[in-house]
Design a protein around this ligand. Structure first.
Ligand code: DQA
Length: 155
C-alpha cells in the first residue's frame, strides 16, 4: 500500500552547508560519528513512510545555498537548513530566506550557545520558523517531526 501523503506538504529540502560533508570524521567529540549519508538515509526512509519526497543536498559554496533556498521557495517546499559556519556570517542566506518566502527550520548538531562566542549569533534565526540545536544528528529528525506535525495540524 502506498503511504498517505502528509497533506499540504509534498516534499522537504534538507540543505547542508560547508564542512558538513566531513561528518563522521570531523571533530567527533563535537559532532559525533554519524555521517551525512547516514542522516540522509534515515530521513529518506522516514519521508518515504510519510509519502514525502526528500531533496537532500550539501555544498561548501555559500551562493549555492542561496540558489537552493530560492529553488525551495519556487517549489513551495519547507527547508531544514544547517548552514554550518555561514549561519554566523551570511547576510546573503538571510536575504534568500526572506526573499524566497521559504519556510526554514534552522538546525545544528552542536549546542552553538555552549561554544565559542562567534557561534552565538545566527543570521538565520530571525527569518526561521524555528531553531533546533544540540541534539546531534537527532536535530534533523526533530526538525522533520516538527514539519510533519505542523502540516498534519493544518490539514
Ligand atoms: C554547526 C555549528 C556551526 O557553528 C559550525 O560552523 C558547523 C556546524 C552544527 O551543526 O553544529 O559547521 O552548524
Amino acid at each position: 500500500m502506498s503511504p498517505t501523503p502528509v497533506l499540504g506538504m509534498k516534499s522537504v529540502y534538507v540543505l547542508n552547508g560547508p564542512n558538513l560533508n566531513l561528518l563522521g570524521t570531523r571533530e567527533p567529540a563535537t559532532y559525533g560519528t554519524v555521517t551525512l549519508a547516514d542522516i540522509e538515509a534515515r530521513l529518506k526512509a522516514r519521508c518515504a513512510k510519510e509519502g514525502l519526497t526528500l531533496d537532500f543536498r550539501q555544498t561548501n559554496v555559500e551562493g549555492e545555498l542561496v540558489t537552493w533556498l530560492q529553488d525551495a521557495g519556487k517549489a513551495g517546499a519547507p527547508v531544514i537548513l544547517n548552514a554550518g559556519a555561514y549561519t554566523h556570517t551570511s547576510i546573503a542566506i538571510h536575504d534568500a530566506i526572506r526573499g524566497a518566502g521559504v519556510k526554514v527550520i534552522e538546525v545544528h548538531l552542536s549546542n552553538v550557545h555552549a561554544r565559542e562566542d562567534f557561534r552565538h549569533h545566527s543570521m538565520i534565526s530571525a527569518v526561521a520558523a524555528g531553531v533546533i540545536l544540540g541534539f546531534g544528528a537527532l536535530s534533523y529528525d526533530l526538525a522533520l517531526d516538527a514539519l510533519i506535525a505542523q502540516s498534519k495540524n493544518k490539514s
